[in-house]
Design a protein around this ligand. Sequence first.
Ligand SMILES: *[C@@H]1O[C@H](CO)[C@@H](O)[C@H](O)[C@H]1NC(C)=O
Ligand SMILES: *[C@@H]1O[C@H](CO)[C@@H](O)[C@H](O)[C@H]1NC(C)=O
Ligand SMILES: *[C@@H]1O[C@H](CO)[C@@H](O)[C@H](O)[C@H]1NC(C)=O
Length: 519
Amino acid sequence: MEEKKKKQNPPPPPTTPLLLLLLSILFIASLSTVSSFDYADALTKSLLYFESQRSGRLPYNQRVTWRDHSGLTDGLEQGVDLVGGYYDAGDHVKFGLPMAFTVTMLSWGVIEYGDQIADAGELEHALEAIKWGTDYFIKAHTGPNVLWAEVGDGDTDHYCWQRPEDMTTSRHAYKIDEKNPGVPAGELPAAMAAASIVFRRTNPHYSHLLLHHAQQLFEFGDKYRGKYDGSVEVVKSYYASVSGYMDELLWGAMWLYKATDNDKYLNYVIDNAHSFGGIGWAITEFSWDVKYAGLQIMASKLLIEEKHKHHRHILEQYRSKAEHYLCSCLNKNNNNSNVDRTPGGLLYIRQWNNMQYVSTTAFLLTVYSDFLRSSDDHLHCHVGAVDHQEILNFAKSQVHYILGSNPMNMSYLVGYGSKYPTRVHHRGASIVSYRENKGFIGCTQGYDNWFNREDPNPNVIVGALVGGPDRVDNFMDQRDNYMQTEACTYNTAPLVGVFAKLWQLEEEQNGSKSLIASS
Ligand SMILES: *[C@@H]1O[C@H](CO)[C@@H](O)[C@H](O)[C@H]1NC(C)=O
Ligand SMILES: *[C@@H]1O[C@H](CO)[C@@H](O)[C@H](O)[C@H]1NC(C)=O
Ligand SMILES: *[C@@H]1O[C@H](CO)[C@@H](O)[C@H](O)[C@H]1NC(C)=O
């Protein structure tokens, strides 16, 4: 749906104060209908999604009732308890790297917008979503230099179309250790350090525990450097890390600095800035694989603090790369390095699961806009200075596109609004709920009877952000169109904080309008 346009201007000035008052109330009422997006609803739904993706034993307060317990023997074969954590997308593999990125982004959202999430009544749910991941990471880190990085494997998993509750595929677990190092040893410290900040006040003991794991894992990751997919062969065709481990190590160190204030982590970010590509690689995506833009933005924010003055030289270089990223998303670079957009205005990086880049960008833009506002500064792009409001407005336009202001009139956040994808590429959602029908559904039976159906999925996977439209805004709501209809946990995660921020802004505006109206 299109955003409703402002109503026409009020008629010429009235003569009596009463009429003036009445008219101003009417005018104000018309202004407040400008936004037709219910951010509070979007926020609630985005957090529900993480309950759909839960693996393990579900708790008594599980709200997504079409799901049941699953993966209860994960790790058994290897003698470790790996029950829990999240399924990554529409399949049942538990991939450590994207799961950790999901938790990092949820935590960052709470760190930036925890007050807004709390005001909207969703803080408990946000903390639960984070803890479901971090509880699992604690289990998976079984020794100082041992991390179980994956359960299940994509190849056997993809032969089957089954509910997680029926799973018969391999649940083999894969670890990284001194002999087989890997990237998750950089992302998990980031996730656990960020989560330790989130739980500092409400659960100090847990926060401490997370920090301890984060520090130990970081040391391991730094000492035994290596690419994840080099060690865990089975991950190669699914989550091969193109950018390698260096961005994760810088990113992990940055989060550890934020969590501990210990200079050794900041020095790591500074000393390795050049050799690890932190200030050399101008890149226009931020994802489970490539962390540079997020790192660069965090580094830029350090510049305003007096105590970081002696690192000014390197931090400025981080900022210059951060600005390159932000300006290219805003279409404000002049050297052909802007991010493409669809005719409908959506940022377009690539065909497969493009929405993941849109949601991470919306988050980084929102955070940077807040930073500029609080530091009374501007973003400096090739084509000129950009103020915080313009940046936020663009982030908002991407959110509006996601929620339905687009050529398909479709919300890509499932369950939001009146029109959304109904054939999401998701095993559990596309098969009758286990709670309703416990009859076993086999591997190929699922393909025959459920995957190949024309009908909409029997279960609505509320809050999932699907891969989204192609480069000309077209979207085909078909189950086998996994590039567009599959959703991933890291697609929705960055939106949680953004929805809360937009909700609070609108509430503030509503509040000031009713103040004017009643004056
Ligand atoms: C565009 O400019 C930025 C910032 O000066 C630079 O980092 C980037 O490499 C340039 N890109 C191209 C394609 O020239
Ligand atoms: C979307 O809505 C607009 C305005 O109501 C309408 O003109 C357009 O045809 C719709 N597009 C689709 C694909 O339904
Ligand atoms: C702001 O006011 C509009 C119109 O009354 C309402 O629909 C919307 O829910 C309000 N938004 C918030 C965040 O309170």
